[in-house]
Design a protein around this ligand. Structure first.
Ligand code: CP
Ligand code: NVA
Length: 313
C-alpha cells in the first residue's frame, strides 16, 4: 500500500509513476464501491476548503461530492470574496485557513499561489487548476483510458491544439511518467515549452515510451485517443481570434478520427468545450467520444486524491 498521507497534490512532477498509478487504481476501486451504493467514512470529521478564483463546474462538484461521499464537509470560498493576495498575503491566508481546515483545494491563476498555500498552511493542498497545471484532470483521463483499453502503458495519446496550456502541460508530464506515448500536434507558436519537453523526454526514457511535438497531422496515425482542449483558456479571452486562426487546422473532426487508422480510437476533452472550434459537434456526440465518462471520473479521481492524502484508512 502506497502512503501519501499528508502530501499535497500540486503538479504531477512531484509524484512517481507508481504513485500516479496507485491513485488511478484507488479511484477505480472507489468508483466500483460507489456503483454498489457503498460509501466510505475516511474523511469523517474533515473540513475541506474549496477556493476558486476562476469558475468551475466539474472540479468544484467533484471536490464537494467526493468529500461528502466519504463523510467530510466541503466549504466553497470564492477567491474574489477572500482577502487573497490583495488585502492579505497568500502566506497569511494559508496560515489562517490551516488553523481551521484539514485540507484545501485551490483553483486560480498563478501557480506560485498554490505552492505557497501548501508551504504555509500545514495541511494537504490540492491544485484544482492553475495557469500552468491541471493535474487532477490527467488522473481522470488515465482512468478513462484504463476503462476503455484495460491498461495504460504503450497506449498512444495525441493532444491537439493549444500545446502550451495547463491541460497540455499536465498530460505531457503524466503520460511520459506512466509510459503512455504522447504526441502534441499544434501550430509552432503553440508548442509546449522547450524546457518542459526536455524534462518529459527524461521521464519517457525511464518509462520506455515516446514524446513527440509536431505541426504535422500525420502523427495521429495509430493513436488510441485524440485529446483536445479550448484554444484560449480562462484568463486568455482576449486571445480568442488570434488563437482560432492559428489552431483551426488542428480541429478534431471525423476525418481526423479516421486518419488514426484504428476503429478503436476514442476522443476526449477536459470540458467545457467550444463545439465547432477545437472539436466538431459530430465527434463530440459520437460513440467514440468519452467526454462524459471522463467528466464523471473527475469525481472518483479527486475523491481518491483526498482519501489518499487526508483520509483515515
Ligand atoms: N475540466 C474541468 O476542470 O472542468 P471545470 O472547469 O468545470 O471544473
Ligand atoms: N485549459 C482550460 C481548462 C479548463 C478546465 C482553462 O484553463 O480554461
Amino acid at each position: 500500500e502506497m502512503d501519501l498521507k499528508g502530501r499535497s497534490f500540486l503538479k504531477l512532477k512531484d509524484f512517481t509513476p507508481e504513485e500516479i498509478l496507485y491513485l488511478v487504481d484507488l479511484a477505480q476501486e472507489l468508483k466500483e464501491k460507489r456503483k454498489q451504493g457503498i460509501k466510505g467514512d475516511s474523511l469523517k470529521g474533515k473540513n475541506i476548503a474549496l477556493i476558486f478564483e476562476k469558475p468551475s463546474t466539474r472540479t468544484r462538484c467533484a471536490f464537494t461530492i467526493g468529500a461528502q461521499d466519504e463523510g467530510g464537509t466541503a466549504t466553497y470560498l470564492a477567491g474574489s470574496e477572500l482577502q487573497l493576495g490583495e488585502k492579505e498575503s497568500i502566506e497569511d491566508t494559508a496560515r489562517v485557513l490551516g488553523r481551521m481546515f484539514d485540507g484545501i483545494e485551490f483553483r486560480g491563476f498563478d501557480h506560485e499561489f498554490v505552492e505557497a498555500l501548501a508551504a504555509y498552511s500545514g495541511v494537504p493542498v490540492w491544485n484544482g487548476l492553475t495557469d500552468q497545471w491541471h493535474p487532477t484532470q490527467v488522473l481522470a483521463t488515465f482512468l478513462t483510458l484504463k476503462e476503455n483499453f484495460g491498461y495504460l502503458k504503450g497506449l498512444k495519446l495525441v493532444y491537439l491544439g493549444d500545446g502550451r496550456n495547463n491541460v497540455a502541460n499536465s498530460l505531457l508530464v503524466g503520460c511520459t511518467k506512466v509510459g503512455v506515448n504522447i504526441a502534441v500536434a499544434a501550430p509552432k507558436r503553440l508548442w509546449p515549452d522547450e524546457e518542459l519537453v526536455k524534462e518529459c523526454e527524461e521521464y519517457a526514457k525511464a518509462a520506455g515510451s515516446t514524446i513527440e511535438v509536431t505541426d504535422k497531422l500525420d502523427v495521429v496515425e495509430g493513436a488510441d485517443i485524440l485529446y483536445t482542449d479550448v484554444w484560449f483558456s480562462m484568463g486568455e479571452e482576449k486571445k480568442e481570434q488570434e488563437r482560432t486562426k492559428l489552431a483551426l487546422p488542428y480541429q478534431v473532426n471525423t476525418e481526423l478520427m479516421k486518419k488514426t487508422g484504428k476503429d478503436t480510437t476514442i476522443f476526449s476533452h477536459c470540458l467545457p468545450a467550444n463545439k465547432g472550434k477545437e472539436v466538431t459537434e459530430e465527434v463530440f456526440e459520437s460513440e467514440k467520444s468519452k467526454v462524459f465518462d471522463e467528466a464523471e471520473n473527475r469525481l472518483h479521481t479527486i475523491k481518491a486524491i483526498m482519501v489518499a492524502t487526508l483520509g483515515n484508512r
